[in-house]
Design a protein around this ligand. Sequence first.
Ligand SMILES: Nc1nc2c(ncn2[C@@H]2O[C@H](COP(=O)(O)OP(=O)(O)OP(=O)(O)O)[C@@H](O)[C@H]2O)c(=O)[nH]1
Ligand SMILES: Nc1ncnc2c1ncn2[C@@H]1O[C@H](COP(=O)(O)OP(=O)(O)O)[C@@H](O)[C@H]1O
Ligand SMILES: [Mg+2]
Length: 162
Amino acid sequence: MPPRPLTQLTLALLKPDLTANSIKVNKVFSHIQQNDFNIVAHKTLLWSKSDAEAFYGEHRGKFFFERLCGYMTSGHFHALILEKPDAILGWRALIGPTHPPRARINAPDTLRSLYGMTDTRNSFHGSDAVDTATKEIRFFFPEFDLEKWQKDQKDQKDQQKQ
Ligand SMILES: Nc1nc2c(ncn2[C@@H]2O[C@H](COP(=O)(O)OP(=O)(O)OP(=O)(O)O)[C@@H](O)[C@H]2O)c(=O)[nH]1
Ligand SMILES: Nc1ncnc2c1ncn2[C@@H]1O[C@H](COP(=O)(O)OP(=O)(O)O)[C@@H](O)[C@H]1O
Ligand SMILES: [Mg+2]
């Protein structure tokens, strides 16, 4: 029995514009499965302005901050914990560059190219690093036992070394 590959978790969002279109949502979940991501946790939620400002605090003061918070509070959206051996980079590669208009030129097969509308309304989010993924998973899924998941991964890694 080949050892189970070690995996990584990332936080993915299907933003409100996309979530409002069930046909597109179904297509995106097919992309997720076809790209071998395991959905570890999934919820839909509606943000208050303070939720959006807290999550995107790193962008406070930038010219697009208000429109970003307005966009992210404009309707329900899906939050997912995705698992795969290289989940963080893998999901970022699948959703593509931040700005859909540019993605349609430079990365036409990515999800933001296929479904995104404008620089702000780009339909997807993905954690951009290991520590960001930990922070973002805790932000959306405080109920998820991340410590247990990380311990199980470490135990599995130790067993494979033996
Ligand atoms: N650097 C910079 N870029 C800007 C500024 N205002 C708008 N932009 C960019 O130009 C793009 C088009 O601006 P808008 O027409 O206001 O936005 P939009 O095309 O309706 O789409 P949204 O990005 O969803 O607002 C935006 O997505 C921004 O990336 C600005 O003041 N400074
Ligand atoms: N130049 C911009 N114009 C409009 N909206 C932007 C711009 N840059 C970023 N945004 C919005 O802010 C969100 C967060 O920005 P950033 O963290 O830089 O990108 P990413 O979501 O790809 O990590 C983007 O997903 C997008 O919705
Ligand atoms: Mg980012």
